[in-house]
Write a protein that binds this ligand. Sequence first.
Ligand SMILES: *Cc1c(COP(=O)(O)O)cnc(C)c1O
Length: 360
Amino acid sequence: MTRVFNFSAGPAALPEPVLRQAASEMLDWHGSGMGVMEMSHRGKEFISIATEAEALLRELLAVPSNYKVLFMQGGAIAENALVPMNLLRGKASADYIDTGEWSKKSIQEARKYCSVNVAASAKASGYTSIPPRSEWQLDPNAAYVHICSNETIGGVEYFFTPDVGDVPLVADMSSNILSRPLDVSRYGLIYAGAQKNIGPSGLTLVIVREDLLGQPHPLLPTAFDYKTVADNESMYNTPPTYAIYIAGLVFQWIKAQGGLAAMEQHNRHKAALLYNYLAQSSLYSCPVAPDCRSLMNVPFRLKDSALDDAFLKGAQQRGLVQLKGHRSVGGMRASIYNAMPLEGVQALVDYLREFEARHG
Ligand SMILES: *Cc1c(COP(=O)(O)O)cnc(C)c1O
């Protein structure tokens, strides 16, 4: 068996020890005589798996006790509708910060439910920066302020938590949650699809402050009412059981690595290796402003896009896969989430150097 270094933006690589443990427990979880996929979500075995996953997540992120952790489905894209449907609470508008493809999607969907005030936009920079907080035109009557903490496609990441006063801050953290420590108490709601840094697709994580619950849009499906989900411990309907189990193994793995402070150190080290190589190169360039370069998704371009195919082919031959940039922006993108080992980034940098020596 040969495993590649997988730079996919999502679904993305999982830690190898997690996959090995899941494989060893596939037919018989802890002497139950059943695999996790076959268990009733209401049985004591699965309840213990879900309870432990939530407890570990709370421990890793130091989630305050007045926040609910919800295991949902529908991905971050469904949350684009579920956030306004749950959090407008009778208000007419919400503030959104436009930093790229994912915030644009969130804005477009929210417009079905309320008036959207785009309080700041990075459009003028070609979405290569984060507008400084001092330039945001916030509305004090907004139901919430929405940001995307890491634009997976553009590769721009927030390295500050914006102060938005008493208005709840909502963040799509799909592609950078668990990559470094986070002060949950600064947010009203955090959501993330699992398939980048948490586990398999099909699971969506929501962390929400309790006092924001209980005033849903009248047409909100019951299964997507955060209060209903919270009151039923994420078991109002059948949750994505296997994805929750794998997420729990990933949380254990993160804890064993030393928790989020250690993840940050590891991630900063990996990202610096790659960005520093790109910075001194005359063949490759990175479009993103240095102060908001994502630690998770590193977009870069070759000076001559006619070399793209040869670059990707050579990468594939060396077991470096999924480096093609998103179709909307072109170029290359290396996603280096928690599970990407340093050796993977080192192998990529070695290849960048080798390719540059031949084509630079
Ligand atoms: C991947 C991603 C999404 C889309 O998530 P789905 O699970 O496909 O709904 C949304 N926002 C961000 C920031 C993402 O990285």
